[in-house]
Design a protein around this ligand. Structure first.
Ligand SMILES: *Cc1c(COP(=O)(O)O)cnc(C)c1O
Ligand SMILES: [Zn+2]
Length: 419
């Protein structure tokens, strides 16, 4: 057993503030509010200085005092510190002064931001003594649980909707995990997982281990601030499934301000969803915090297709409180967004990345993100995992015989013809 962390003190109900021990629990007994990790910031302040952080390895664990484990991380110790790319060509295309892409398409080891949350959840699962870990997933989480459990020698089960992209299914199977595909939408998968978690002593990263899992997302926010030269970006656009990542980036900016690591400059967070499953964005547009479930999501953006988003309410309040808002986009706009990011910046994102780019374009066009501002786009997963979305939509290779004459006739001459 590790000595308890002096920094990560307890779990705390987001509704009533009651404190709970740091166990595998996720809801308050009194009001069913979600539990969240709580810290002793006065103890962290003198330890976690800019200098201390900069002296540590380039992984998400350089902010370890702000992550909810007791001992040293044991799973995913290489995760995070992905590039923050200054995206001048995309900025020009979208009509904004300054733009950055936080590129989690190259996160280690499974090419999505989910490696951040799984690294924390499985490190904590081991501290709590779990031998079997599991998750309900729209694809990327399953890939990350499968890979990280394999490398940690943990047995794993991943439960997914049966209609996921081939790259996501294969991207779990290859690690030798137990993949269970369910005829139904993500909400039904998630409900089944809650029942299994209650019956067997398994560590479900996004059910009974959710308070630990969710905190991993904060590292994306910390890295953005550090990579910008220790400042908070004016505008941050975040894709939303359950809404968790958005709330945690908001929390990360607040914590860095509180610790004096950045100045408390004003910032806004914006949420992006696909129109075929946009319960949070639609509630935001209606001007309410009551999120109406989407029973049958219909979109190519499967990674974000959560009809009953657990953190929707909190995401709406984070957007409102910071002067941000939400946007949604059609599947055609998603494809356009994927291509635009690839053609402008050489970054191949999955469908969720297309959503982020497309919604950002709409937010700028509507004047909600000012053209003279500076924005960061959270690009959360790699495009090779969702090839179905763009097959046949990016042109075809030109097929020729292996001869110079063929090349000149069919390629060079056509490309250099004088009109
Ligand atoms: C899971 C996921 C998200 C966001 O998930 P939240 O549940 O809102 O935290 C965003 N992008 C991708 C690619 C994802 O897999
Ligand atoms: Zn409570």
């Amino acid at each position: 057993m590790d000595k308890p962390s002096p920094y990560f003190t307890s779990l705390k109900c987001r509704e009533c503030g009651r404190l709970y021990p740091k166990q595998a629990i996720h809801v308050c007994d009194f009001d069913f509010g979600p539990l969240e990790a709580a810290y002793d910031y006065d103890a962290i302040r003198p330890v976690l200085t800019r200098q201390a952080i900069e002296s540590r390895p380039h992984t998400m664990w350089r902010y370890r005092e702000l992550l909810p484990i007791d001992g040293e991380p044991t799973v995913g110790t290489q995760v995070g510190f992905t590039p923050l790319v200054k995206a001048d060509r995309l900025a020009k295309a979208l009509g904004i002064r300054e733009l950055y892409v936080k590129n989690d398409t190259v996160n280690y080891p499974t090419l999505s931001f989910k490696d951040r949350v799984v690294s924390v959840a499985l490190s904590r699962a081991r501290e709590l003594g779990f031998k079997v870990v599991a998750c309900a997933s729209t694809g990327n989480l399953a890939n990350s649980v499968a890979a990280n459990a394999a490398s940690a020698g943990l047995k794993s089960y991943v439960l997914i909707p049966a209609d996921l992209e081939q790259g996501k299914v294969l991207g779990s199977l290859v690690y030798g995990t137990n993949v269970v595909a369910i005829h139904g939408a993500y909400d039904q998968v998630n409900r089944l997982c809650s029942e299994i978690a209650g019956k067997y002593g398994w560590g479900f990263v996004n059910v009974n281990l959710r308070p630990y899992y969710a905190e991993g997302s904060k590292s994306m926010g910390y890295e953005i601030c550090e990579q910008l030269g220790w400042r908070i970006p004016q505008h941050t656009v975040v894709p939303m499934a359950s809404g968790s990542l958005l709330t945690k980036i908001h929390k990360a900016y607040g914590e860095f301000t509180r610790l004096g690591l950045v100045e408390g400059t004003p910032f806004s967070v914006y949420g992006a969803q696909a129109a075929g499953c946009a319960p949070i964005a639609h509630a935001m547009k209606r001007g309410t915090d009551i999120v109406k479930p989407v029973p049958k999501p219909e979109t190519i953006v499967k990674s974000l297709a959560i009809g009953t988003p657990a953190d929707g309410y909190y995401a709406i309040h984070a957007m409102k409180q910071t002067g941000g808002t939400a946007e949604d986009c059609t599947d055609d706009e998603v494809v356009e967004g994927i291509r635009q990011l690839a053609e402008c910046e050489g970054i191949f994102a999955e469908t969720a990345g297309g959503v982020t780019v497309a919604c950002t374009r709409k937010l700028i066009e509507a004047g909600k993100i000012p053209r003279d501002g500076s924005a960061v786009l959270c690009i959360t997963g790699h495009g090779l995992k969702t090839q179905e979305a763009i097959i046949g939509k990016c042109g075809e290779p030109r097929l020729i015989k292996p001869s110079l004459r063929e090349f000149e006739e069919h390629v060079y001459a056509k490309d250099n013809a004088v009109a």
